[in-house]
Design a protein around this ligand. Structure first.
Ligand code: SF4
Ligand code: SF4
Length: 419
């Protein structure tokens, strides 16, 4: 790949970007797997189209402004990576491209304000909780607010759960089988703190000691996704200094986006003094479902009544981390659970970080599409492994008039143990 943008500006990720561009053979197998192509039917809104657009910009043959609308509509869901027979690592092109071009583009004032609000509140639980409380007060005025801000308010739950600070260690009372560290997360801690508590209970039940290192923060995945590489590195570096990968068997994430973001730390720190530490850290990161599946769990007692469960594959578990079977095996281990497949299961629900705020119309269409598929399963319950998907699908099932309880995989397992 020639570089109209000087290669030193592309930085150490230049090789990965060039590799992704060069390995695309334009076959088009990824098109039906792409949610924006399915919805808009435009070649330039497909993975193949976006790769060509980004190549054109990097080689100086296309103005950045001509490519941006299409690249901005990309969810970063990586459905195309799963579908691609040539192994194109699209994510290794998209994230650095966004980071690089963020510095070169100018955004309208409203967009800048919205991004600033999202970037400066969502990764920080204290600030996010305060902003969410203010947002709830502003709800009666929401019809007078611009669409992205209305979308932000729409994501807040009716009732904000009380803050539930976590201890720094949960020891095991019986035989200890493993010791792990938990990433407590950021927005999830505010919206659904019970996911962390369910994680701790299930780990303890299965003989796993858990350290929750104090002072930890957001993993940086959201900033990475938004092209804010500087902020992503600052947040990630803090966790690199706080977690000790040598002290634990695994670093556990219970949010698909965070797990996937932490697996990308080596790419984020490529060529820097933190690269080796980032590799050691990433090698220990496991989604809670993968860890428990490998460990082997105590079989829960039979449910009092049979339960038909629709399991939704979060993109950042299925496409980004290749995790599909482990959560299903855990759910199937609960006597009384039957899994109901969701049609078009590989298609993103439209949550995708801050996509609801940045592309509200498309996010809405994809949310509706997913809610229709979930409703068609006639399941009693929807289960998934990511807070963003939980919020998005729950909202759209409600709008469809077919509300359904929505739980994290670990919550259903916890409930099965404690029923
Ligand atoms: S990304 Fe993969 S599937 Fe899509 S056009 Fe390129 S080679 Fe084909
Ligand atoms: S990441 Fe998702 S939305 Fe973006 S091009 Fe790939 S499949 Fe399409």
């Amino acid at each position: 790949m020639r570089h109209a943008i000087p290669v030193e500006e592309l930085g150490p990720q230049a090789h990965a970007m060039a590799q992704a561009v060069a390995s695309c053979v334009h076959c088009g197998f990824c098109l039906p797997a792409c949610p924006t192509y399915l919805t808009l039917g435009e070649e330039m809104d497909s993975p193949r189209g976006r790769i060509l657009l980004m190549k054109g910009v990097l080689e100086g043959e296309l103005a950045l402004a001509d490519a941006l609308p299409y690249v901005d509509r990309c969810l970063g869901c990586l459905g195309c990576v799963t579908a691609c027979p040539s192994g194109v690592e699209y994510g290794e092109l998209l994230a650095p491209f966004r980071a690089l071009t963020e510095k070169q583009r100018s955004r309208p004032l409203l967009e800048r304000i919205t991004r600033l609000l999202a970037n400066q509140t969502l990764p920080y639980p204290g600030r996010f909780r305060a902003a969410a409380r203010l947002g709830k007060l502003a709800r009666p005025l929401q019809n007078f607010l611009p669409v992205p801000m209305r979308a932000m308010l729409g994501l807040l739950p009716e009732k904000l759960p009380a803050s539930q600070p976590l201890p720094s260690l949960i020891p095991v009372t019986g035989r200890q089988r493993a010791r792990v560290a938990l990433l407590a997360g950021c927005a999830q801690q505010v919206l659904a703190p019970e996911i962390n508590w369910a994680t701790l209970r299930v780990l303890a039940r299965n003989g796993v000691e858990v350290v929750i290192p104090p002072g930890q923060g957001c993993c940086g995945a959201l900033s990475m996704h938004n092209g804010e590489a500087g902020q992503a590195r600052r947040l990630a570096r803090r966790n690199l200094g706080i977690f000790d990968p040598d002290d634990v068997d695994a670093i556990i994430s219970n949010a698909a986006g965070c797990g996937s973001g932490m697996h990308e730390y080596p790419l984020l720190f490529a060529g820097s003094g933190d690269e080796k530490r980032a590799e050691q850290f990433a090698a220990k990161v496991q989604d809670i479902s993968v860890f428990l599946d490998k460990l082997g769990i105590e079989t829960p007692p039979p449910l009092s009544a049979p339960l038909r469960v629709a399991y939704h594959d979060a993109c950042h578990l299925a496409h980004a981390q290749g995790v599909r079977d482990a959560p299903r095996r855990l759910l199937n281990a609960i006597p009384g659970v039957t899994l109901a497949p969701i049609a078009e299961g590989e298609i993103c629900c439209g949550s995708a970080g801050t996509y609801n705020i940045e592309q509200p119309e498309l996010a809405q269409q994809l949310g509706q599409r997913k809610a229709n598929s979930v409703a068609a399963t006639r399941a009693d319950l929807l289960v998934t492994g990511n807070i963003g998907c939980m919020t998005q699908i729950s909202n759209h099932l409600g709008r469809l008039g077919k509300p359904l309880p929505v739980l994290h995989t670990i919550q259903l397992l916890d409930q099965a143990y404690t029923q």
